[in-house]
Design a protein around this ligand. Structure first.
Ligand code: GTP
Ligand code: MG
Length: 408
């Protein structure tokens, strides 16, 4: 049957906007641009105009209302006021996006104050949103940690999903002789990879095609979730890519076990093998709840000659391990050192929690991420004697629900 022209028309490609907020966010966006990440539009927002001048983003929003562009001196309430004063500019910049990826460093005044406003605007505009937020180093002290925790709680309430990257985890993976200017590149590089994975998932036509609605279905699932991206080449590349996607030393620890919903996208070069792909899907199905669903995606990318890339979005997870030890320590030290009335810290993470959705027996002996390590034959194997410096599980934490609260 020949379809009328209108029905035959190609669907509109998803519009993805990456928003860098505050100095850290602007820097990360610069790295993404320098690395040639395409298929997205970049927006940089800062209260510090001098720093915003260094941005390579096509859209820059100067937040000058409160301090005339001189930064906000670490005060999130000033950051928020600046953002609210520029609300219409931010709305205009976000308008038309299908997915907004927000990148920021929490703990200062701009990222912590502006990010919740941007999240809320995206929510109001009905745009799917993901936030990547770094948490301060332990040595930045309890005041910055508290600002970061409080901001994170607000961010969680207004985005569909979020990933928390404790800076202290960087110390565990960056070699001692790393030059200062290269230090952040490790974090930035991970953020580039995840963003690339998401862009690829929803924008690049595949043989088994996944699209924005698949991503929406995954992100809107109840409960915590995780996103991982892994790329590998050489012998055993499929197992290695899967392992990398399931483990990342920079992120919080949340094992992908008993997932209610798995979205797994495999990108191969022209030499990609069916065996490699089917092994990845088969291994991921072992991480699925008995009544779960695995949504497979597959595409070919000629630039991946000799390589394979796997993107995993696991949601409907039933168990959460929380943030790294560094964050626990920060919180403990805060509750010791802060005055009594300041101890009401947000319940940021930390505590393992199990939902009451059933399947609890299966969680009594949870499969730890290390047990996900794959041997050469692609079989799951337990690891013995892994040192503290070995990779932890990789994961992107997704917020269980969006709140309908509006910032004022
Ligand atoms: N990934 C990354 N993190 C950074 C970078 N610079 C700073 N950070 C982290 O981000 C947190 C926030 O710092 P900034 O981004 O400088 O703060 P801001 O949001 O601009 O806030 P104000 O300068 O107080 O207005 C810091 O506590 C650092 O831990 C960077 O270049 N990359
Ligand atoms: Mg700044």
């Amino acid at each position: 049957m020949i379809l009328p022209a209108q029905q035959n028309a190609k669907p509109r490609l998803a519009v993805i906007k990456v928003v860098g907020i505050g100095s850290a966010g602007v820097n990360v966006v610069n790295t993404m641009i320098e690395r040639g990440l395409d298929g997205v539009q970049f927006i940089a927002i800062n209260t510090d105009i001098q720093h915003l001048d260094t941005s390579l983003a096509e859209t820059k929003i100067e937040l000058t209302a409160v301090t005339q562009g001189r930064g906000v001196g670490g005060d999130p309430s000033k950051g928020r006021d600046c953002a609210l004063a520029a609300r219409s500019q931010i709305e205009e910049a976000l308008a038309g996006a299908d997915l907004v990826i927000i990148v920021t460093g929490l703990g200062g005044g701009t990222g912590s104050g502006v990010t919740p406003v941007v999240g809320e605007i995206a929510q109001t505009l009905g745009i799917l949103s993901v936030a990547f937020a770094t948490m301060p180093f332990k040595w930045e002290g309890v005041v910055r940690a508290k600002k970061a925790f409080e901001a994170l709680e607000l961010v969680k309430s207004c985005v569909d999903s979020y990933i928390v990257l404790p800076n202290d985890k960087l110390m565990k993976v960056v070699p001692p002789q790393t030059r200062s200017e290269d230090f952040w590149k490790v974090m930035d590089s991970y953020l580039c990879d995840v963003t690339t994975g998401l862009v690829e998932l929803i924008s690049r036509p595949g043989h088994i095609n996944r699209d924005l609605e698949d991503l929406r279905a995954a992100l809107e699932k109840q409960g915590p979730a995780v996103i991982g991206v892994g790329e590998a080449e050489g012998e055993n590349r499929a197992s290695l890519a899967l392992e990398k996607a399931l483990m990342n030393p920079l992120l919080e620890d949340t094992p992908v076990v008993n997932a209610g919903h798995l979205l797994v996208n495999v990108m191969q070069g022209p030499d990609g093998l069916w065996d490699e792909m089917s092994m990845i899907f088969a291994k991921m199905s072992e991480c699925m709840a008995p009544a779960g669903e695995l949504v497979p995606g597959y595409g070919k990318d000629d630039s991946l000659e000799g390589k394979i890339r796997v993107t995993i979005i696991a949601s409907g997870l039933q168990e959460v391990h929380d943030a790294g030890a560094c964050v626990v320590e920060i919180e403990e030290s805060m509750s010791r050192s802060l005055p009594k009335d300041a101890r009401g810290l947000p319940n940021y993470a930390i505590r393992p929690s199990v939902t009451s959705q059933g399947g609890l027996d299966r969680l009594k002996a949870p499969v730890t991420p290390r047990q996900h390590t794959l041997n050469k034959a692609g079989e799951t194997q337990a690891e013995e004697g892994v040192s503290e410096l070995d990779p932890y599980p990789a994961y992107l934490r997704l917020s269980p629900e969006r709140s309908s609260g509006t910032l004022r």
